[in-house]
Ligand binder design. Structure first.
Ligand code: NDP
Ligand code: OXD
Length: 307
């Protein structure tokens, strides 16, 4: 029985090496050169070609190489009998917290403007706003950790999720009305939702219009959470005043996108938190071993729910 790495366009050498070092007995196949498709029992997948997973008749576990699973669930031809899981890597969580806290602080203290001032040899102190309310959409592995990270640097942070209460130590609200009220109060809003039919296009003109004037929107979830043309119009009106974007409708972001030249927008190329093969190899092997001995698998995904 073998484990398949199915990640078109990615250099998987370090992952292969680390998996082999952790389990020398493991039979590893690397797409597209799969010697025996009938022996593949588990696949580690990122952006696989649609329908490809049906080629493996004994496939029992599909593991997303990243935290998000939208790349998997958009395939209408997923094998119905296979369990879907994802890696939840503490290092990936830490990296996301670092990125978002860094982005929010950089924006609040206007650090980019001081960098421009420096280029002009200009000494120009500016006052800054001290209000510190943050809203994080998503109270999951990443959203919960980011909210705690923001609280640790003094923010009054709340999460928004499908149900309200204390979630992972963070006060959490739910429902559209509560979301709109929280957006109207938040100085910084962070989107860390999974992409599902219920969350796609959530940040459209009507929701953006409820945001606090002068506030910041950070999108690190998926590009399709945000209607990019509506965001450009909303920025012109100052609600929000700035957007910090790591994910986009089309990646790489096309050269013709107006976002590139919008002074209210900061762009990073989907790097908020990168999966580190050395760090996740052990988690993948843990799934493999549990599966082989029939133990319940961690971080199972519910395809009907979409995350
Ligand atoms: P989780 O599955 O752990 O958490 C998802 C959260 O979203 C849960 O709190 C869930 O609510 C909430 N949620 C889902 N649907 C809705 C809805 N319709 N309304 C309100 N809340 C909802 O995911 P992670 O935290 O691990 O990851 C979140 C996303 O981050 C990933 O799906 C991926 O898209 C993105 N990501 C981005 C990266 C980057 O580098 N930019 C890197 C890694 C991930 P509840 O708890 O009530 O179920
Ligand atoms: C992920 C990502 O989902 O990198 O892990 O976006």
């Amino acid at each position: 029985m073998s484990l398949l790495i199915l990640m078109p366009g990615r250099d998987t050498a370090v992952l292969e090496e680390t998996l082999r070092a952790g389990a020398p007995e493991l039979e590893l196949e690397v797409w597209p050169e799969v010697g025996d498709p009938a022996a593949v029992e588990m696949a580690v997948v990122w952006n696989h070609p649609q329908g490809e997973l049906l080629r493996y008749p004994r496939l029992e576990v599909v593991c997303s190489y990243g935290a998000g699973v939208d790349h998997l669930l958009r395939d209408p031809e997923l094998p119905t009998g296979a369990e879907i899981v994802r890696v939840v890597d503490p290092q990936l969580v830490r990296d996301m917290v670092e990125y978002v806290v860094g982005a929010v602080i950089s924006w609040r203290r206007d650090l980019a403007t001081y960098r421009c001032d420096q280029a002009e040899r200009r000494w120009q102190p500016r006052e800054y706003d001290r209000s510190r309310r943050a809203l994080v959409l998503g109270a999951g592995e990443l959203g919960g950790a980011v909210a705690r990270g923001l609280a640790a640097v003094g923010f009054d942070a709340v999460c928004w999720a499908t149900s309200a209460g204390d979630r992972r130590g963070v006060p959490t609200i739910s429902g559209r009305d509560a979301l709109e009220s929280a957006l109207a109060a938040a100085d910084a809003t962070v989107c860390l939702l999974p992409l599902t039919p219920a969350t796609e296009g959530l940040f459209d003109a009507s929701l953006l219009a409820t945001m606090k004037p002068g506030s910041l929107l950070v999108n690190v979830g998926r590009g399709h959470h945000l209607v990019e043309s509506d965001l450009v119009a909303a920025l012109d009106r100052g609600r929000p005043a700035a957007a910090w974007l790591d994910v986009f409708d089309t990646e790489p972001l096309p050269a013709a996108s107006p976002l590139w030249v919008n002074p209210a927008v900061t762009i990073t190329p989907h790097v908020a938190s990168l999966t580190d093969p050395r760090s996740v190899a052990g988690l993948i092997l843990d799934v493999w071993r549990r599966h082989r001995v029939g133990e319940p698998l961690p971080h199972r995904v519910d395809p009907a729910r979409g995350y």
